[in-house]
Every structure is written in structure tokens, then in C-alpha cells.
Design a protein around this ligand. Structure first.
Ligand code: SF4
Ligand code: SF4
Ligand code: SF4
Length: 254
């Protein structure tokens, strides 16, 4: 049987989600048997050739060149899946969407005039059609394995989309928000990380992004009752999924 051709592409990102693929020690050999890995610069030096049955795309669109390249990748791909917070919601680099790019460049780089960048960092879905999104910073290996197997079977991946709190309850963790008034983003965040932070006695900071229908304002009102200012509440959501959380607030008319 002809194996589907897979391509792994990178835009503005830290490479962490690509490294997650390489860290799939138990599944990696099976993936190589099932898929023809035709392009993956993090792992091979094969040049970009031909078309792809499935493209996995990491990173946000931050430059004019990337804007053109993602359109070309979409044209070459039968299916396209985004992997990680950068690709699905713009990443931490989208903080500049609410700030001044020249001011950021001047603060960060010794020669800011040499930096070519768009004034915004945006998710892949703002530029081309995306078949499926895998959230997380980085993505979860089980969710990726489920997605790759589901693609071969022609079915939708069984990746949960409910809130982190549901899995936190299943693990019988004492709620940090209720018992200690800690500002945990669990109620508005997608599950998928295995409840990592609350398991380690730390509040969630939302690296899996907003769950569908998240009542962000209600949670912020609770944080304010617990003593946080509006600015402190905004700083909680202004991290790797700032664009998605802020867009969700705007859609809720806030
Ligand atoms: S989502 Fe997180 S881990 Fe993945 S590339 Fe972006 S910054 Fe890195
Ligand atoms: S600790 Fe956080 S994730 Fe867990 S139940 Fe409480 S609010 Fe939800
Ligand atoms: S608990 Fe929240 S911040 Fe921590 S890994 Fe999970 S989704 Fe990310």
C-alpha cells in the first residue's frame, strides 16, 4: 500500500511542537512505517518537492514571506493540520498585536531596522483553510498520535474539547481556585495536557487555549472579587494564546 506523503512545516515558532513529534519515542517507528515523511527540516534534509497528503504546520504568520509561503503549502496539501499555540492562535509573539511593533523591535534588537516583520502575528487559519487544529504549547503526543491514526482511518480525531476542570475533577485534585482563590484559567481552557499544572499545585495559565463557549468574563469577575485588577486579569490571558482569548472576548461583545 502506498503510504501517504506527510510534510512538517515551520513558521514563526520555537520548534517545540516539531520536537514533540521527535520525542514520540514509542510511536515514531510506527509513524515512519505508516507515513512517507517527505518534508521535515527539523529531522531530515530532504528538499521541498511535490504534493502532500497531509501537512502539519507549526508557527504563526509573522512576515510577508511567510504569508506567501503558507498559501503555497496549502495549494500543495490535500489536508492541513496546525500544531500548537503559535499556529492555532498566533503564539506569544501575537502580544505585539495589541502593542507597537517599532517599540518592541527597538527594545529587543540592537539593529531594529534590519528586522522585517508584519505588525501582527496571526494563526494559520487567518490565511488559509485549516482542516483541523491541535492546541497546546507544546502539543500533546497522545493527541498527535490519535490525529495521525484518525487521518489514516478517515475519521475525526477523538481529542477532547471540554474544559480542563473536568479532568481535574476526575483526578480528584483539590480546586486551587475554590480552596485557595488562586487565579486558575482551567474553567475556560481546553483540556489535553493531563492536568499538568494543577497536579503540581500550580494554577493553569491557559496554554491549551480557550474552550468553545468559554465564559471568560465570568471567570474574570471572580478573579476581581478575589482581589485582582482588570490589568492583572488581562495579563493572565495575554500569553501564548492571547489572540484566541482576546478574540473570544470580542465575540462575546466585551
Ligand atoms: S506552540 Fe509553544 S512549543 Fe509549539 S512552537 Fe509555539 S511556542 Fe513552541
Ligand atoms: S484547580 Fe483549576 S483546573 Fe482544577 S478544577 Fe480548579 S479551576 Fe479547574
Ligand atoms: S494546566 Fe494549563 S497551563 Fe498547565 S500545561 Fe495544562 S493547559 Fe497548559
Amino acid at each position: 500500500m502506498k503510504r501517504p506523503r506527510i510534510g512538517v512545516f515551520k513558521f514563526a515558532s520555537c520548534d517545540g511542537c516539531q520536537l514533540t513529534i521527535l520525542n514520540m519515542e514509542e510511536e515514531l517507528l510506527d509513524i515512519i512505517e505508516l507515513y512517507d515523511i517527505a518534508y521535515f527540516r527539523e529531522a531530515t534534509d530532504k528538499p521541498l518537492r511535490g504534493e502532500f497528503d497531509l501537512s502539519l504546520v507549526e508557527g504563526s504568520i509573522s512576515t510577508d514571506r511567510q504569508r506567501k509561503e503558507v498559501v503555497e503549502i496549502r495549494e500543495r496539501s490535500r489536508h492541513l493540520i496546525t500544531i500548537g499555540a503559535c499556529a492555532t492562535s498566533g503564539g506569544v509573539q501575537a502580544l505585539r498585536n495589541w502593542a507597537s511593533l517599532p517599540a518592541y523591535k527597538k527594545t529587543v534588537y540592537p539593529s531594529p531596522e534590519t528586522i522585517e516583520a508584519l505588525s501582527t502575528s496571526t494563526p494559520i487559519s487567518d490565511h488559509v483553510y485549516v482542516d483541523y487544529e491541535l492546541w497546546g504549547c507544546p502539543i500533546d503526543t497522545d493527541a498527535l498520535a490519535e490525529t495521525l491514526v484518525s487521518f489514516l482511518m478517515g475519521k475525526r480525531p477523538a481529542v477532547p474539547v471540554y474544559s480542563l476542570c473536568m479532568d481535574c475533577k476526575v483526578k480528584a485534585i483539590a480546586c486551587l481556585l475554590v480552596s485557595r482563590a488562586e487565579p486558575c484559567l482551567g474553567p475556560i481552557t481546553k483540556t489535553g495536557c493531563g492536568v499538568l499544572c494543577p497536579s503540581l499545585d500550580r494554577p493553569c495559565y491557559g496554554c491549551f487555549g480557550p474552550m468553545e463557549g468559554a465564559n471568560i468574563e465570568s471567570l474574570m469577575e471572580l478573579f476581581k472579587k478575589n482581589g485582582l485588577s482588570h490589568k492583572e486579569c488581562m495579563l493572565l490571558i495575554d500569553k501564548m494564546n492571547t489572540y484566541a482569548y482576546r478574540k473570544a472576548r470580542i465575540e462575546q461583545g466585551l
